[in-house]
Design a protein around this ligand. Structure first.
Ligand SMILES: *Cc1c(COP(=O)(O)O)cnc(C)c1O
Length: 424
């Protein structure tokens, strides 16, 4: 679509919804309503994705199996619980561009990040530093700082921040290059969050991986804000590992399980250091109980525990919706819809508003971060009162994320109309 054709009218937005290939998918989700029963404009999929209507029956099915079979459900359920996680690997692999054997759904994001660092952050006396974006998500910062301390290293000396330049909001790739040229010999790990949770900036995964590898660094990604709205092509990128959660754009419910990608060049090396648990052990001998640990080849070998089936059922339901929609269609709609929201915001021509997210669709997912000069949290509160659910990040940023599966062009239109009212 040629974005110069965008029009700032409700009629245009409704017409776009009519023409939208994925239009019927909105009805497959529960859209939260206000006290009068009117649908809210929900633009917060970056924080918690909405519930697919399918989810309830997927979870109910496992509740029934448990009620009827008890422990036998592990082997006798229609979808036996013992290999249940395997049901997710193929669809999840598509969404992150990996081979199914490189992907496993387990634990939660920060836990997986720690487990990945146990295997892939192995500092030596000369090569020990970690690079992250200066505005990395706090949990990622805490995780790397605590890993450094765990290895008796001082985060103040061993953690390098990839920062935006003075007066800029976004990180430049050439600055990461400079960091690597200056400190590459002492850097062990690059850990980059893409899409960045605050600015909405997406980084070129393959380029960063190549840069890091040129300097013999391990390169890992946190895809919490990327998965489900960008195609990270993890296998082809050569990235060493990646982690993500499933409750944001993957709509699998509050606190649901996370994902881990381990590139096959490492994943099949069963001697690789790891924190182990019985669910990562050879499936054939797992229940012999007295064997020495024998890691499953592939990402599955990083599992610790038998997983929560009810959460996995929710992930299965969500992935079924993605399968039905086709991930390429999701990405295509995402670009159009985010582009439309951007157009409408620019069309306000309000000098207080600045979108800090990159304008190039290749450098962002579906989130736009809107800095509003001199605004405080009361603006966000006002916006919620008009029925628009977004989120607020100090000091002055409203984040909005039109999720391609359930948000409409009308949502984008209404959001901007109401922001305009709130700014008057
Ligand atoms: C959402 C998010 C998290 C949250 O971590 P949990 O372990 O799932 O609570 C961590 N890192 C990033 C980058 C996130 O966006």
């Amino acid at each position: 679509m040629n974005t110069t054709q965008y029009k700032a009218t409700l009629a245009y937005a409704l017409e776009q919804d009519k023409q939208d290939l994925l239009r019927r998918f909105r009805k497959k989700f529960h859209i939260p309503k206000d006290v009068n029963g009117k649908e809210l404009v929900y633009l917060c999929g970056n924080s918690l994705g909405l519930q697919p209507k399918k989810t309830q029956s997927y979870i109910q099915e496992e509740l029934n199996e448990w009620a009827n079979l008890g422990v036998e459900g592990h082997t006798e359920a229609k979808h036996p619980w013992m290999p249940y996680h395997e049901l997710l690997s193929k669809s999840m692999a598509k969404i992150v561009g990996a081979k199914p054997s490189e992907v496993v759904v387990m634990n939660t994001l920060t836990t997986n990040l720690h487990l990945a660092m146990v295997s892939f952050y192995q500092p030596t006396t000369t090569k020990y530093k970690i690079v992250i974006e200066s505005d990395a998500f706090p949990s990622d910062k805490y995780a790397v700082e605590s890993q450094l301390k765990f290895h008796n290293l001082n985060p103040k000396k061993s953690l390098i921040f990839w920062k935006p330049r003075q007066g800029e909001d976004l990180c430049r790739l050439e600055d990461l290059e400079t960091i690597l040229e200056e400190h590459g010999n002492s850097i062990a790990l690059l850990l980059i969050g893409t899409t960045n949770y605050y600015t909405g900036q997406s980084f070129p995964i393959q380029k960063i991986t190549e840069l890091g590898h040129k300097h013999d660094c391990i390169v890992g990604f946190d895809l919490a804000h990327g998965v489900g709205n960008i195609q990270p092509n993890l296998h082809e990128s050569g990235a060493d590992f990646a982690v993500w959660c499933t409750y944001k754009y993957l709509n699998s419910g509050p606190g649901s399980l996370g994902g881990l990608f381990v590139h096959e060049k490492h994943a099949n090396n069963t001697n690789l250091n790891r924190f182990a648990g019985w669910w990562g052990h050879n499936k054939k001998t797992r229940f012999n109980m007295r064997q020495e640990f024998d890691a499953i080849p592939g990402a599955e070998g990083w599992q610790l525990s038998n997983p929560p089936i009810l959460s996995m059922a929710a992930i299965r339901a969500s992935l079924a919706v993605f399968e039905e929609a086709g991930f390429e269609n999701v990405i295509e709609k995402s670009k159009k819809l985010t582009g439309y929201l951007e157009f409408l915001l620019q069309n306000l021509q309000d000098s207080r508003i600045k979108i800090i997210t990159p304008t190039n669709p290749k450098e962002r997912g579906c989130q736009l971060s809107i800095a509003v000069k001199n605004a405080d949290k009361s603006l966000h509160t006002k916006l919620i009162k008009t029925g628009v659910i977004s989120d607020w990040r100090e000091p002055d940023v409203i984040r909005v994320a039109p999720a391609p599966l359930y948000n409409s062009f009308e949502d984008a239109f209404l959001m901007v109309e109401r922001l305009k009212e709130c700014l008057q």
